[in-house]
Ligand binder design. Structure first.
Ligand code: UFG
Length: 338
């Protein structure tokens, strides 16, 4: 097992200026570790880097990564930096392989060179493709149906090979739908362009965005709209800290779904947004979006067994409620970031 110094762990967080990465930095800091953010700000936000130092750099720049791993005395890496739009990946596949797979090649090379052997990786339920049974457990064959999911699965394979070749200790965390925002309102969800359901529904309700297009109302689900497993970003962040602790204690490799085990339909999200904001969500029933399976819900049992992880926020009104203030026309309270 790798020997760790007795000082607080110094953790490189690639993509730490992004949505999930920034929440993870806060959780690491709360857990007594020292996050160091590595991000090229192509999709992240500098003002989201509030816990730990910021090292600007591109993930494919191996020399820069080696320099940061050495200068910042990094003990472990949590790797979020990636492009993550399924639709975009279908139209720009090379861009996804270049950034997501190319980035992992550079990162693993730099980690091997510097002897950093602990890695928590942001994977996705998109690596499963169209599920053969529900809920989805980790024994389900991984057969992704789009370049985004394939790029994440290739990264999982690369970590497996690195574990065999030079002793990488890793966790592949397969997220379902990340949702919500920091309950203390210090961080938000911001994507450009925004394509995710909850932010778009909140903007529609608040009148700051267009009416929501409901992609498909004829699915074989109870109300005809797609069902997803929305997991609070704060819970996701905590799961990364637990995974890192487990790896540092000698566990691994870990391949874990991160979800709540509870499905929520698009219509149920619209109902929650209405309850939270007091405004109905103007919406247009629209055709199905290509590549959307009817239902994606995690079996969270393995993460519970391996990490003792259980989602703390499972009430959809609470999850939507933590995101809502950021999308109000005149945000009230703590949120200050434009
Ligand atoms: N939806 C709408 N209208 C919209 C946007 C979304 O009806 O304007 C629906 C979608 O059809 C889907 C649900 O809301 O049924 C959730 O869609 P999101 O775009 O918010 O999230 P996805 O499920 O498409 O994507 C998420 C992650 C991806 C990951 C994928 C795995 O964001 O990174 O899950 O399938 F790859």
């Amino acid at each position: 097992m790798t020997q760790f110094p007795s000082r607080p762990a110094r953790v490189l967080v690639t993509g730490g200026a992004g949505y999930i990465g920034s929440h993870c930095c806060k959780a690491l800091s709360r857990a007594g570790m020292v996050p160091v953010v590595y991000d090229n700000l192509s999709r992240g936000h500098a003002d989201a880097v509030r816990w730990g130092a910021f090292m600007k750099g591109d993930l494919r720049d191996r020399a820069r990564l080696v320099q940061v791993l050495r200068d910042e005395r990094i003990d472990a890496v949590i790797h979020f930096a990636a492009f993550a739009y399924v639709g975009e990946s279908v139209h720009e596949p090379q861009m996804y392989y270049d950034n997501n797979v190319g980035g992992m090649i550079a990162l693993l090379g730099a980690m091997q060179e510097m002897g950093v052997k602990t890695l928590v990786f942001s994977s996705s339920c998109a690596t499963y493709g169209v599920p053969t049974h529900m809920p989805i457990d980790e024994t389900m064959a991984q057969a992704p149906i789009n370049p985004y999911g394939r790029s994440k699965l290739i990264c999982e394979w690369m970590m497996e090979d690195a574990a065999t070749a030079w002793g990488l200790s890793y966790a592949a965390l397969r997220y379902f739908n990340a949702a919500g925002s920091d309950p203390e309102f210090e961080l938000s969800e911001r994507h450009d362009p925004e394509t995710h359901l909850i932010p778009l529904a909140l903007m529609a309700a608040e009148g700051t965005g267009a009416p929501l297009q409901v992609f498909g109302t004829d699915y074989p689900t109870p109300d005809g709209t797609c069902v997803r497993d929305y997991i609070h970003v704060g819970d996701l962040a905590r799961a990364h800290v637990l995974a890192l602790d487990a790896l540092r204690a000698g566990a691994g490799p870990l391949k874990l779904n991160l979800g709540t085990g509870k499905g929520t339909s698009v219509q149920e999200i619209l109902d929650a947004v209405e309850r939270v904001t007091g405004h109905a969500v103007p919406h247009i029933d629209s055709p199905r979006r290509a590549g959307d399976p009817p239902e994606l819900v995690a079996n969270p049992a393995r993460a519970r067994e391996a990490l003792g992880f259980e989602a703390q926020w499972t009430n959809i009104d609470e999850i939507v409620g933590h995101a809502a203030p950021w999308f109000a026309e005149r945000p009230v309270g703590a949120p200050k970031v434009a």
